[in-house]
Write a protein that binds this ligand. Sequence first.
Ligand SMILES: Nc1ncnc2c1ncn2[C@@H]1O[C@H](COP(=O)(O)OP(=O)(O)OP(=O)(O)O)[C@@H](O)[C@H]1O
Ligand SMILES: [Mg+2]
Length: 720
Amino acid sequence: MPESAIRFLLANDIRELFPPQEIAVKKGVLEGRSLVVASPTASGKTLIAELAALKHILEYGGKVLYLTPLRALATEKFYSFSKYKELGVKIALSTGDYDTDDPWLGEYDWIITTNEKTDSLLRHKAKWLKSITLVVADEIHLIRDPKRGPTLEMVLARLRKLNSKTQMLALSATIRNAKEVASWLKAGLVKTEWRPVILKEGVYYLDEIYFNDETKTPVTRAFSNPIENLVVDCLSKRGQVLVFASTRGSSVSLARKLSNRTRQFLSSDERRELAILANKILSLEKNRISEMLAEYIRNGAAFHHAGLSHSVRKLIEDAFREMKLKVICATPTLAAGVNLPARRVIIADYRRYNPELGFFEPIPVLEYKQMAGRAGRPQYDRYGEAVLIARSIEELDYLMENYVFAKPERIHSQLASEKILRTHVLASIASDYAKTELDLLNLLKLTFYAYQFEIENLQSIIRRNLEYLYSNNLIKLLDGMFESTSLGSRVSQLYIDTDTAILIIKGLKKRPIATPFAYLHLIALTEDIPKLHVRKREVEKYENILELRGGELLIEEPLDEDEYALYLSSIKTAKLLEDWINEVLDDQLIIEYDVGPGDIYSITQTAEWLVYSASELAKETGLYSHIARLLELRQRVKHGVKPELLELIKIRGIGRVRARILYENGFKSIEDLRKASLKELSKLPLIGPKLAKSIKEYIDGAIKEIVIGPTSGESIEDYF
Ligand SMILES: Nc1ncnc2c1ncn2[C@@H]1O[C@H](COP(=O)(O)OP(=O)(O)OP(=O)(O)O)[C@@H](O)[C@H]1O
Ligand SMILES: [Mg+2]
């Protein structure tokens, strides 16, 4: 390792290598050897990647791509690696916008990103990808995910094809067939069972936790709910607890219940700090969900799920790290790779409802091990405990055998799906990676699928996909070579499903112009957007809307019953989006549609992307009459406003609520605000002197620049 890196690590309390790290070094991780590291949770896999990355960057001027399965995890890693900026390493986080090759990333040494973002960069043929010398695939067991696993496989295959010398580092705590993954990647294998702190796994039954090391811990049975007993027991020994619930609803109800127990463990200082945190959350967003959350937080417990916004989730995690919060009740998304100081992890339910099958089924061992592994992280605790709950002696035996002592499942490639493979076939052709069926097969030979199964199995799937793409004018055949049509390239770059693109084009062709609701319904019908479930009691309501407004829509009601259910749920989604752009307040949306702020954010963000894609597809197919309307709609969906606020919303610090206040008080444009006095603005509700000043400064600053000279005939509207 470079001297500067060693000094830096020592200063950051890394004094010696953990055994898996030592083995990785011995196996050549610092000499460019590809490795699969299969080693328990918290055993320090990340540092192996960090050592390799520093070596590449500081010694060879190499470039590192760090892949994670989740944006939240990418963000956590980015903050954690940012310390290396001190060594002159240029670190970037890239997870957003899918329609760009992000040339700016060419300047960076170490890029933390998601698999999907990398896929989109490959589709845009980002030139700098060729300079990558080290690829780290964190949480490689994602390969087993039916939806997202194939993308990871294809991304790794293409990165390898781009440069066969690239060093690959694949990390996971929970792969049983690590050897297979290693020989797929032509990599060495580091497999250990070592953990820096002891993780005791066990099952709670009646008055005791039965652990895997044959010890038993008594737990006082003061309450009828076992989770309350387990929490009180751990808090009384000064540990913190992370409870995994199987649904959002149960994470909230558990937090409510547990907040009655946590309060007695708070010092007066902690109460004060938690009150500050609660107020901070309320100042970020005030709605019934955040009010509930704030109330529980004051008492020391929080819930954590995807319905909450990212900033609120981060505040909760930080407060838990700072030991202010005693309990988090989370859905399993929090289980991937994060470091939190949980002495005890409680897995409240090992069964999960499968909506396709219509019944509850046991979760995979792999998922259980990931959740369990959040307990006992080295920088926080000396040991950790993961606890399942049994209601009978038979269940106790069952859980011991099938979870505590069980090994995670083998992982299998999920690539052999016609639908999933289709977008990758198009992408490979559109980005010139493949021109013939043979090229495609050769590329697929580099996937884990090809390693595990007969590649010939894929041949008929590929053929059917080629036919589909050809008949839908996404690819063409020239002298026996496939090429994407310009529509095909655009679809591939926009990172939308091929069916989505075809449906959107079909809808746009129906009429030269349409209402915002019709466009929103069109995109709500695609499979790229999350669907809102229509409850039994809501069916009539949405059927009425359909009856009233069906004439507006671009895609007609289907006859098939299953398709009809989806159609109705897209009416509901479109209605939510319509309310959103008509400035219905968050709180009302939350009540009306049973969603959280995090859902509103993810639905509107996806919708914005699809509306933008629709405008691009309109351009591509000569359906020009839609473009202006779609572009305006895009801005409205982005900000959640009526058209008249589009000018004001562009001012920094002004959201849709404040823009409306300005507008209603007569400040309808940038020009009005320029003329306004500071005093006038300060008096407005929710504006106040501080914001008024920054609005004025922003506008004066921007106008000054425009007076100096806009570069390409921009109007003031463009500027803002
Ligand atoms: N050599 C070391 N000395 C001291 N602390 C270390 C060392 N290596 C790693 N750690 C610390 O151990 C903690 C856990 O490491 P890390 O996050 O890499 O776990 P992991 O193996 O990736 O687990 P998971 O499978 O849960 O993601 C980190 O906080 C890290 O700072
Ligand atoms: Mg990790």
